[in-house]
Design a protein around this ligand. Sequence first.
Ligand code: AHR
Length: 663
Amino acid sequence: MAALTIAATVNAQTVHQMEVNTKKLGAAVQPTMYGIFFEDINFAADGGLYGELIKNRSFEFTPDHLMGWDAFGKVEIKNDGPFDKNPHYVHLTSAGHRDMWTGLQNEGYFGIGLEKDAEYKFSVWARVPDGNPQNLWIQFVDQHTMGEHQEFSTADLRIDSKDWKKYTCTIKSSRTIDKANVRILMVDDEKHRSGTGSVDLEHISLFPVDVFNGDENGMRKDLAQALADLHPGVFRFPGGCIVEGTTLETRYQWKNSVGPVENRPTNKNRWENTFTYRYYADYFQSYGLGFYEYFRLSEEIGAEPLPVLSVGLSCEFQNGSQRSDAHVPVDQLQPYIDDVLDLIEFANGDPAKNVWAKLRADMGHPAPFNLKFVAIGNEQWDAIYPENLKPFVEQVRAKYPDIKIIGTSGPDSEGKQFDYLWPEMKKLGADLVDEHFYRPETWFLSQGNRYDNYDRKGPHVFAGEYACHGRGKKWNHFNAALLEAAFMTGMERNADIVDMATYAPLFAHVDGWQWRPDMIWYDNLRSFRSCSYYVQQMFSRNKGSNVLSLTMNGKPVAGNSDQDGLFASAVFEKEDNSIIVKIVNTGDQAQAVNLNFDGLNSVSSAEVTTFNSPELTAENTLDEPEKITPKTEKVEIKGVGKKSTALAYSIPARTFAMLKIKK
Ligand code: AHR
């Protein structure tokens, strides 16, 4: 155990005197503090968090309904299937020769990741139109094997009904492989020859048996676990720009994302072609991860659900902010408003009284999800936004006065639209305003005092999307995360006005990203948590219950010009009677700090967690997932007095340090 009169070699001349007042509890820290924002960008849903391993399982991708599939022998696409919103399916018939096999092969999302000895649940809706039973041979294959057989694990299914039915089997993988394919062959009884009959197949699906929490239609375990490990206070979903859509037609419509997965209509993902340098023609949304699953996941990870809904404006980046047919006129907004009202019923309503609440119960959750917040609109701007928002606010308030409404201040952290929208949100009586800032290092360094002078009588702050875009390429290096930590001390200090904050975006597939930095990265088998993840985790798991005043020369420590690059905040945690001080040294010299805890006269235990890296631009990777992680050590505190405790601490250069002292 180290002794914490810690005063290692310090280059700086000044010993910074910091005063922490432990006698008076400041503002309550909202339980929603430090949350997560999920958007289906970077293959975050299909191909990411959602457990499904088959791409285009319903044959609804366009223009090529066989995208993701290789078809051989005689395979036809038909469109009078059993699911009216996903009508396409495949009709397989004998190719006319016993050695000409008919079948299909799916490539998954950048391949299919399989673990040795793990079990996978294969399912398919099928029928034999002529009534003659037909055998299917399901195979896991390695298309690039040097060995004799491409298939390495297989299962058999016998389709025996003229009517559509769901057939399932479990396949245990004999190999660990990150880019397998799944092959389905029509075969005779001995599997020596091609089948001679015909069979129709629809909604072909493969899930790991071991999904997060064992849920039906569940989530990839390592990714969902990474969310749970954050202890997030709030979960914002499903976007982002996908809420708005590039067109109104392709906006996210939550009603399409609930009910049986087979009948959730596929939608094009707006991130498919937003950036020509990262173009993915096969990026669609299956809605397999839909609003029911978002609510269920929120509950499982202990976060307040925060859905974002369309305000009847398609993406203003693409469509401008003048009235046009890209935006819904105010007098035609009722279906959009109904989407919000019905969602509140879906989440909270009584199944005996409301059809949407009944659907929730039918899907397996009779108890309410206890929704408290709705955000209406994502990054909207100009007069068109408050004009559209007004009737939403009026109707939600009238019917559900307890629901908190979140408006937006547009896509910028300051400037014309921001200055226009905040007062507009106040006029409309929004409870919170969603601010977004993807900004460079200099911006983050300059924003330590951002919230100190916000109007305390207006809406509260929801920092709904933010990330430091580090120098050079925008990636998840250590320094960007460090500056996010510095900025977050300002949020923590202003807990009376900042109620929520969600870093963005959350997930990215290494082979399929469009946007970075992102909090968690993965391939088909592995994942890693970025430096930003660890910063978020240090805050969210140590958010405390109340702010404590922490000052240096009577002023907040916010990286001001006379503060040598230091940022700091302190909180008290009622649950374990602890004081938590967060200090970020953004400079390249260690800084001597003397922490004086006024009112602290007994210490039962203490620990210091430090997060730093020898290289500022170092990052965690799939190969070195834990290269940069916070390290915690117990320390002994000397200098405990009758009325106060003094603590000398040298915070190393470029370090986020957190002291946790139990009274
Ligand atoms: O997070 C990526 C995008 O950034 C979001 O969709 C949008 O809200 C913001 O512009």
